[in-house]
Ligand binder design. Sequence first.
Ligand SMILES: [Fe+2]
Ligand SMILES: [Fe+2]
Length: 367
Amino acid sequence: MTDSYRSLLFLLLPLVGCPTPEKSDTGETGDTDTDTTDTDTDTDVAETLSETGCYAVDPSLTECPAPADVVLDQVIPATCGATVLTVDGAGELSTGCAYIGGAVPGGWCLYPITVSVPEDPCDYGRPLVVDGRPRLAPLVRARGWTAPAAPAQADAAQAATWARIGLAEHASVASFSRFALDLLAQGAPADLVADAHAAALDEVRHAKLAFGIASAFANDTLGPGPLTLGDLSLSADLAALAFATAREGCVAETLSALQMAEARDRATDPAIRAALTLIARDEARHAALAWRTVRWALLAGGAPVRAALIQAFATPPTLPGDDASGLLPPPVARAAILRGWAEVVVPAATALLGGVPAVLGGDRPAA
Ligand SMILES: [Fe+2]
Ligand SMILES: [Fe+2]
């Protein structure tokens, strides 16, 4: 088995090098108070949010269980990667759920819930971040986003996991589309713009693969509904673009690529292993695109970009809790993130910035 961590680091290091910025660079590393984003990087306290959660119940039930009887870690939140904290009111019976079609055995109750949203909530590729929060389309019964997949035994948990992956991959399409426009707006070279568009097409393929597998596990045809995009805006300047690219691409996609590779190595189903092989390979290339982009931005933008990048890399990713659901068991996911941060992100960021590891938030993510 190849070592995905060393392979990715060796792919990234030649891309980031140790550039000498063209513009004046004071080399100051202590002042990170740049106006690059409204993302709050100064707190370890996860944000909370009120939303609706889906809870699988016996379809013969005529009313939903009392909130106190709901098992929290079996509630599926609407926000990508959120942890359910409380059930806040009575549930409503439903034949469908925001995430799973009604053909999955069991009925559903929809509850008002409160969730905590970690800073890096999505494990599945480049997030579409709007106002500091990842955005997904709703899951619906829909044709057109489902690649053929081998029939599978109905499995609600697997269907939920793969539907979540599908929605995250679908959101990545929009994320790369916005990224391409951002690059054009900041005068980026053609190769970065072309690769951003190519990456968006990769994400279409990933989404179709994931929805295909989800649909097979759900015995249904699942896909994304309309994705709210009217309030999207482009980066204010090159420093803001560098900050967003560092967080969403250099950190999130690098760690996602490594987790996908871990999941691929553990997969026993041939169809799932093939899908994860393709996705992990593409995500590593997307991570490399992010690192190439921040290097270009650093060379072109000088000191403001450098300060933005130092700020972006100063906050380690959060780790999934024991109740997190996903492709990897939480302890394995945490180990992959820890190792990816220490052995890939920190060395690559250090090379990018010319060797300033002391500002990179230490070598371990926050627990
Ligand atoms: Fe992807
Ligand atoms: Fe990606």
